[in-house]
Design a protein. Structure first.
Length: 319
C-alpha cells in the first residue's frame, strides 16, 4: 500500500505542471514580470554603494552610484532616513543590468540612467511622483517597461532611443509627454489606456517600426509630429478628438488611411510650429475616411486632402 501511495504522489508531482498546478507561475501581479533574464537582487544595496546628500526636508537624495554590483535594489532608508530622490546622472553610463526602485522614492532626476546600455530590467513603483527629462534615454537593452500615472507629467524624452519592444500603461495616465518614446525603433504596436487625453509633440517620433497605435475614446488632442517617421499604414482617430495636425503624420511614408470616427477636427491643416516644414496635401499618399453624416467634411476634397466616406468606399477600412 505504501508503494502505491508513493507512486501516486510521484505522478501527482510530475503531472502537476500539465494541469496548471505549477507554483512557479505564481507571481505578484502588481510588479512587472521579469522577462529580461536577469537575477534580481533581493536585499537592498548597502549605503557604501552610494554617494548621497541630505535635502532641505531632511530626506536623502542618492547622487552617485559607486558600487560594483550590476543588479540594484534601492534601499528604503540610509542612516534611518527615507531615500526619496535619485539625482541627475546618478547611474548614467554605468554597466548595471537591473534596478528595482524603493517604495519611499518620490523623484528620479534627469539623465539618471542615460546610456546604461546593459540595463535590461527596470521596476518602477506607483508611489513615484516625478521622473525628469531624458531619464532612461539610450538604454538600448531595455525591452519592457510598466509606467504609472502622474510620474511623467512634466517630462520630455524620458525613453528616447531605448530598445523598448513593449510598454504597459496603467489606467489613469492622461498625457503621453513630448518625445517620450522618440526613436524607439523596436516598438511595433502600442495600445494606449482609455484615460489618455493628450499626445504631445514628437511622442513617438521616428519609431520606424511602429505599425499600429490603438487610440481609445477620450483622446482630445494629438499634437504636431507625434508620429513623425513611423511605419503606420493606417490610424483610426476617435470621435472625441478635437485637434489633430496633418504634421502629426509628417514623413509617415507608409500611411494610406486616416479614419475619423467623428466630426472633422478643428485644425487638421494648421501647423503647431510654423517654423517647421508644412505638410503639402498633394504630396501625401493617404486618404482620409469619414462616416456619412459627420460634420465638417466636404465631398471628395477636404482642405486639399483626398477624402471618402467609410460606407461608400469600395475598399472599406478595417475597424
Amino acid at each position: 500500500m505504501r508503494k502505491i501511495i508513493t507512486i501516486l504522489l510521484l505522478l501527482t508531482v510530475l503531472t502537476a505542471p500539465l494541469f496548471g498546478c505549477d507554483n512557479s507561475d505564481i507571481s505578484d501581479t502588481s510588479a512587472p514580470q521579469n522577462t529580461a533574464g536577469v537575477v534580481l537582487r533581493t536585499t537592498p544595496n548597502p549605503k557604501t554603494d552610494f554617494e548621497y546628500s541630505v535635502l532641505e526636508n531632511g530626506k536623502i537624495r542618492i547622487t552617485k552610484y559607486i558600487g560594483t554590483d550590476t543588479d540594484i535594489l534601492i534601499p528604503d532608508t540610509i542612516d534611518d532616513t527615507d531615500v526619496i530622490e535619485l539625482g541627475d546622472n546618478a547611474f548614467a553610463e554605468s554597466d548595471i543590468t537591473s534596478i528595482v526602485m524603493s517604495t519611499t522614492l518620490r523623484r528620479i532626476g534627469s539623465w539618471t540612467f542615460e546610456n546604461c546600455t546593459e540595463l535590461r530590467y527596470v521596476e518602477l513603483k506607483s508611489t513615484i511622483e516625478r521622473i525628469d527629462a531624458w531619464t532612461f534615454s539610450g538604454c538600448t537593452s531595455l525591452k519592457y517597461i510598466k509606467i504609472y500615472p502622474k510620474m511623467f507629467d512634466v517630462s520630455v524624452n524620458v525613453f528616447a532611443q531605448c530598445g523598448l519592444e513593449r510598454i504597459e500603461f496603467e489606467e489613469g495616465i492622461k498625457t503621453i509627454p513630448e518625445g517620450m518614446f522618440g526613436g524607439c525603433n523596436n516598438l511595433k504596436a502600442v495600445k494606449l489606456p482609455s484615460s489618455v487625453e493628450k499626445i504631445e509633440p514628437y511622442a513617438f517620433v521616428n519609431c520606424r517600426n511602429l505599425k499600429s497605435i490603438e487610440l481609445n475614446d477620450g483622446v482630445v488632442e494629438i499634437k504636431a509630429y507625434a508620429f513623425q517617421g513611423s511605419a503606420l499604414t493606417e490610424i483610426t482617430i476617435p470621435k472625441t478628438v478635437k485637434k489633430v495636425f496633418s504634421s502629426s503624420f509628417f514623413k509617415c511614408d507608409r500611411l494610406r488611411k486616416i479614419i475619423f470616427e467623428g466630426d472633422a477636427p478643428e485644425n487638421f491643416v494648421f501647423d503647431l510650429f510654423p517654423s517647421h516644414p508644412a505638410v503639402d496635401p498633394k504630396e501625401t499618399l493617404y486618404t482620409i475616411y469619414y462616416h456619412k453624416g459627420a460634420k465638417g467634411f466636404d465631398s471628395d476634397i477636404w482642405n486639399d486632402f483626398s477624402i471618402k466616406t467609410v460606407e461608400e468606399s469600395s475598399e472599406k477600412p478595417q475597424q
